[in-house]
Structures are given as structure tokens and as C-alpha cells.
Design a protein around this ligand. Structure first.
Ligand SMILES: [Zn+2]
Length: 66
């Protein structure tokens, strides 16, 4: 099952690792492209975790609580 990438007003996206709102204009953890989609991260730790196992986070199998 895929979790849709939620967009919020003001250009925020949801970090797929920890579900935090991230400002897409200035993402603190940078971005990562996966399967044609750009993901935004609250911090470099979430970005690295997602790069290692993107499918696990997208499927909801793994979640990091911040
Ligand atoms: Zn995060």
C-alpha cells in the first residue's frame, strides 16, 4: 500500500519518514527523488533513512517517531 504525498497550504510537504510537515522551499533535510516523486525531509537523518529503505517507509512498514 502506498501512502500519498500530502500537500498542505503554504507549500509544505510531509516527511515520509516521520510524518512531519516540511517547507518545500527550504527543506531542512534536503530532498530525494524516488520513483519520479520528490520527497522532502525534516532533517538529514530522515533523508538517509529514506534513501536506505524507501519502500519500507512508503509502505508504512517503518516509521520513525520524532
Ligand atoms: Zn523527518
Amino acid at each position: 500500500m502506498r501512502i500519498p504525498l500530502f500537500k498542505r497550504r503554504g507549500g509544505d510537504a510531509i516527511d515520509p519518514v516521520c510524518d512531519m510537515a516540511v517547507n518545500t522551499k527550504n527543506p531542512p533535510g534536503g530532498t530525494w527523488d524516488h520513483a519520479g516523486q520528490t520527497y522532502y525531509f525534516c532533517g538529514p537523518g530522515c533523508n538517509r533513512a529514506f534513501q536506505r529503505e524507501p519502500e519500507a517507509y512508503l509502505s508504512g512498514e517503518k516509521k520513525m517517531k520524532m
